[in-house]
Write a protein that binds this ligand. Structure first.
Ligand code: PLP
Length: 404
């Protein structure tokens, strides 16, 4: 911030000029402004808007987790600064959960840290690994934080297209050698937001080999590991041999236990990478509120039926969303995992235009695929995060008045 003093004989006017960094200018511009405006306008006009755009569970956090929070919040022990790396008891709970769920063994003391939501760790990891001009390999379409955090750290994102023909997996062979040489990080996310694609262990094995060869840290983001259907069980990247030497995995309580508002997640894997991220965090935040970590322990170690209960609800909504895409005349694969349906638009249709028309015609909000990157163009994302009756209402509206 630069202060410009306007010396005028008759007044002492002080105006403050705010000069933000060039980094902020390098962030892609916010694409949804016009759509947001249209949603606001529709609401103001009294339209009963059904928002299938948000990736935020509508169901409440299970009661036993809330109860633990209530009692922890009364305990003065937790009112003080938390430890930087997170409570050992929380990290032990996360490590045990990974051991039981995936057969992945991590040392809670050196290979796990608590995060203030996994987004926090994802946003900070580039600061630990990228110098000016270094490359991070980033999927496209993707959760925008991977590319934007790279830019904020002074790095350069290199887009790995996720194409339907390749099962929405990046083609590692297509990455030019000069890019591989400059790459320090690779972000991956399966089960995937927004495409709902899944990856198998064979793909992860190829990634580990690639990362070893080119000396790249793999950052696998796995917040949807438990939101899966028809008996599908998502793997952890860390299950693959050699993965822990070249990679870390982010996980979160947000989607699994309906805890997006609590801000609690964790990262595990490579000891060196965890230590480097920890050093960044020590200088930025002071850790997650310990009462929230206590609630997180209750979530990870308590009864897990609540997870299956949520998944049952999502499965019904998945069926309804596929009815909706059918009624809209769009093609969509039934997702094996995540709470999204990724629907293909007719050839040549721009996703932003489609979503504006859908809102105008039916009062339904979908997310334009282009908001997740240029390779998301031609698709829309629908989320299973509205009450089932609202999705039924969306199906009813479109069935009664199909789009022209
Ligand atoms: C929801 C989401 C997250 C972030 O979850 P928090 O733990 O709540 O920060 C990370 N990655 C992807 C792909 C997500 O969809």
């Amino acid at each position: 911030m630069r202060k410009c003093l306007n010396h005028r004989a008759d007044a002492d006017v002080v105006s403050v000029m705010v000069n933000h960094s060039h980094r902020l200018d390098r962030l892609p511009k916010y694409l949804f402004a016009k759509l947001d405006e249209a949603i606001e306008k529709a609401r103001a006009m009294g339209v009963d808007v059904i928002d299938l755009g948000v990736g935020d569970p509508d169901m409440p956090t299970p009661a036993h987790i809330v109860e633990e929070m209530v009692s922890a919040v009364r305990n003065p022990t937790y009112h003080r600064y938390p430890s930087y790396a997170g409570m050992l008891a929380f990290r032990q709970a996360a490590a045990r959960w990974y051991e039981q769920r995936f057969g992945v063994a991590c040392d809670p003391a050196s290979e796990v840290i608590t995060l203030i939501g996994s987004k926090e760790g994802i946003a900070h990891i580039p600061l630990a690994f990228l110098d000016e001009g270094d490359v991070a390999l980033v999927p496209d379409p993707a959760y925008p934080v991977y590319a934007n955090a790279t830019i904020l750290a002074g790095g350069t994102p290199y887009a790995m297209p996720l194409l339907e023909d390749c099962g929405f997996l990046p083609e590692l062979e297509a990455i030019p050698v000069e890019v591989r040489e400059r790459a320090k990080l690779m972000f991956l996310n399966y089960p995937n937001n927004p495409t709902a694609a899944v990856a198998d262990r064979q793909f992860f094995r190829e990634v580990v080999e690639f990362a070893h060869e080119w000396d790249i840290l793999v950052c696998h983001d796995n917040p949807y590991s438990e939101i899966a259907f028809d008996g599908y069980r998502a793997p952890s990247f860390l299950e693959v041999k050699g993965a822990k030497e070249v990679g870390i995995e982010f996980n979160s309580l947000s989607k699994t236990y309906n805890m997006t508002g609590w801000r609690i997640g964790y990262v595990l894997g490579s000891r060196e990478a965890i230590a480097a991220l920890g050093r960044v965090k020590t200088n930025i935040d002071s850790g997650a509120f310990e009462a929230v970590q206590m609630a997180g322990i209750a979530a990870l170690t308590g009864p897990q039926e609540c997870v299956q209960e949520s998944v049952r609800v999502y499965a019904e909504r998945r069926r309804l969303l596929l009815e909706l895409t059918d009624a809209l005349g769009l093609e969509a694969e039934p997702p094996k995992a995540t709470f999204y349906v990724w629907a293909r638009l007719p050839e040549g249709t721009r996703s932003m235009v489609y979503c504006e028309r859908l809102l105008d015609g039916s009062g339904i909000v979908a997310t334009p695929g282009v908001g997740f990157g240029e390779h998301g163009e031609g698709y829309i994302r629908l989320a299973m995060t509205q009450p089932t009756s609202r999705i039924e209402e969306a199906v009813r509206r479109v069935s009664q008045q199909p789009p022209s």
